[in-house]
Structures are given as C-alpha cells and as structure tokens.
Design a protein around this ligand. Structure first.
Ligand SMILES: C[S@@+](CC[C@H](N)C(=O)[O-])C[C@H]1O[C@@H](n2cnc3c(N)ncnc32)[C@H](O)[C@@H]1O
Length: 340
C-alpha cells in the first residue's frame, strides 16, 4: 500500500453504480424465498439488533435469516462502509488487499471494490457458512473482477487464520461480542492489517464501542485517520455521540420488508480508522481539517457548521460568502465531510 495524506482529489465515485448492482443482485438472491418467511425473519433480526446484549449463538441462524439480513441490512452497511472507505481513498489510501473479519454477506468487500482502484484481492471471513454462501452468490455477477474473485471462508473470531492485508475491516460485528471478545477481535485485526477500519451502528452504545477501539489503537501508537482530526480525548463524551449518516436507496423488496413508504433511508453509523506506525507519511492531526458533525445549516450568505477540530475541541464554524472559493465548497459540504 502506498498511502499518502493529501487533499481531496476530484474522483468519480463508482459507489452509486455498485450500490445499484448490489440491489439487483440482492433482489435476484431472495427471489426464491417466501415473502412471509422473509418478513418474519426480518422482524426477528430487527428486534435482535435493537437489544444490545452480546449474542450467545449466531444471530444469522438459518438461510432465511441470512437472506433477510442481506435484503434489509446489507444495503445499509454497504452504504456506511462506502462512505468511510471513500473518505480513506480521498486521502490517498491505496490498499491492494482487503481482509473483512465477520464480513457476513460481503458488504465491506463491495464497498472496498467501489472505493479503491488499487484493490487486487478480497477475503471475507465469517462464522456463518450460509452468509458466506450468499456472499459468493452475490459477487458472481459483480461489476468488478476483484469482487468476482473474492474468497469467502468460514472462521470464528479468536481463531482467524494467520493472514495479512493492507486493509482490515470489522463492520457491525462488535455488538455481537462480549467486551473481552471485542478487544481480542480488534487486537487480531491490528495484528493482521496495516490499516484497520471499525464501523458500528451510530447509536450511543455503538459510539462507546468505537471509542474503546480508538483508545486501543492510539495506545498502540497507531495514527487515527478518521473521523477524528486529532488524537486527543473525544470532545463529545458526555454531551453527544459522534455519528454520521449514509443515504440508502431502497429497492421495492427492501421497502416491502420494512413496511416503509420512503424510497430511501439514512443509515446512522459510527466509525474509526487508524494506520499502523510507519504506514503514513504524515500524522493525521497535521494534515486533517475539521470534521463536520451535523447537517450544515445553509443560510443566505453563509453556511454554519458543527465541527470537531484538529485542536481536539468541538463547536461552531461559519463560512461566509466573503470566503469566495471556500464558501462555494462549503455550500456543497455535507455531514461527515471535512470542513472545506
Ligand atoms: C451484523 S452482521 C455484519 C456483517 C457484515 N460485516 C456487514 O457489515 O454487513 C455481524 C456478522 O458478524 C459475524 N460474527 C459474529 N460473531 C462472530 C464470531 N464469533 N466469529 C465470526 N463471525 C462472527 C456474524 O456471523 C455476522 O455475519
């Protein structure tokens, strides 16, 4: 990997095209499953994911549960991971290999293939064979060669094979594990990856897990790549929680399964990414600009932001029309972007 910390180069994102291809592949994959079974399994998963207790047995307990997960959750986890990985790509990260721990049906693999032109190999590990089988099925007609060649293998946390990768992802997995097992999984990811990304639901408890991961990464001397523009304590602790949103376009099945009318939903997520010492040329804090923490308020003649700053504080920033080019960039900036 030749990661560089630099600005945001203009780059045409493949993510929307990949999201559409994934939606089509999911529609095909669940076509044979009875709608009633799918709806029942979706309901069971929704209530399971609402409870924050660690799982004592695999949550994806049957083929129908796997199909329901893929149809109603995978577009959302794919959207969240795409947002995170595009952020890292824009910073110049160019991983050649991806290892996705607890990767299930392969959401992070699709997101990485959409974000990084540099990707040459993808390996997804999970404890549930049915999820891996569906993941293999989905990539069969994938839009990229690297995705079509992705391997999906069964492995249980604590007993991952000794693999290494430029990028290791742990996406929406920690909530299913006891705290000790979460720590072990993150340590395993850090042993195997040069850059590690952890994403969790954008809830206060998801954020709390992400904060613990961030602390473990900093304690090992890793460089935080995002979302934080600094490595001090999080200024939001006790008052708020750091989370972002990714827009997910819903397919007709997705809408039916969730009993929803809207053609889209916003997936809320929390995340942290860090690089092993020596991987980056520059410390993140030196190169980063403030991170936008809420939907910007676009007023006549100025844009108001809530941001997290490189000096470790959080607060309000205003970019007015007088700022010229910067103001024009500020009008386009969104929640989760860096402040222009
Ligand atoms: C909520 S799903 C997330 C799947 C995928 N990473 C995504 O973002 O869509 C959690 C995944 O973690 C896997 N998992 C949970 N505990 C595990 C363990 N002990 N060993 C291996 N995989 C595990 C589950 O089988 C499931 O596929």
């Amino acid at each position: 990997m030749t990661p560089r910390v630099r600005g945001y180069p203009p780059r045409v994102s493949r993510t929307p095209a990949y999201a559409a291809q994934l939606r089509d592949a999911l529609t095909r994959a669940v076509r044979g499953v009875s709608e009633r079974d799918l709806a029942r399994a979706t309901e069971a998963l929704v209530s399971r994911y609402r409870s924050v207790a660690p799982a004592t047995a695999p949550i994806l307990a049957s083929d129908v549960h796997v199909a329901a997960y893929a149809a109603y959750r995978m577009p959302a986890t794919h959207a969240a991971l795409s947002r995170v990985l595009r952020d890292l790509a824009a910073r110049g990260l160019e991983p050649r290999s991806l290892l996705d721990l607890g990767g299930g049906t392969g959401a992070a693999a699709w997101a990485a293939a959409g974000a990084f032109d540099s990707l040459e190999s993808v390996k997804v590990l999970d404890q549930v064979e049915a999820a891996l089988a569906l993941g293999r099925d989905l990539v069969r007609e994938a839009p990229s060669e690297v995705l079509a060649r992705a391997t999906f293998a069964r492995a249980v946390a604590g007993d991952w094979p000794q693999l290494e990768a430029d990028l290791v992802t742990v996406s929406y997995v920690l909530s299913e594990l006891e705290e000790r097992a979460q720590e072990t999984l993150v340590a395993d990811a850090m042993q195997r990856g040069r850059v590690v990304v952890v994403a969790e639901p954008g809830t206060p408890d998801g954020y709390a897990r992400v904060l613990r991961v961030r602390a473990a990464m900093i304690a090992e001397g890793w460089t935080v790549l995002g979302p934080c523009p600094h490595e001090d304590g999080c200024p939001l602790v006790g008052t708020d929680w750091c989370h972002f949103a990714a827009r997910v376009n819903r397919s007709a099945e997705h809408r039916r399964l969730k009993g929803a009318d809207l053609s889209y939903e916003d997936e809320k997520f929390s995340w942290v990414a860090a690089a092993r010492p020596g991987v980056l040329e520059t410390k993140a804090g030196q190169a980063n600009s403030a991170r936008i923490l809420r939907h910007p308020l676009k007023r006549k003649g100025f844009v108001e932001f809530q941001v997290c700053r490189p000096d470790g504080t959080a607060g309000r920033e205003v970019v007015s029309k007088k700022a010229g080019e910067r103001y024009r960039a500020a009008r386009d900036a969104e929640w989760g972007d860096t402040l222009p």
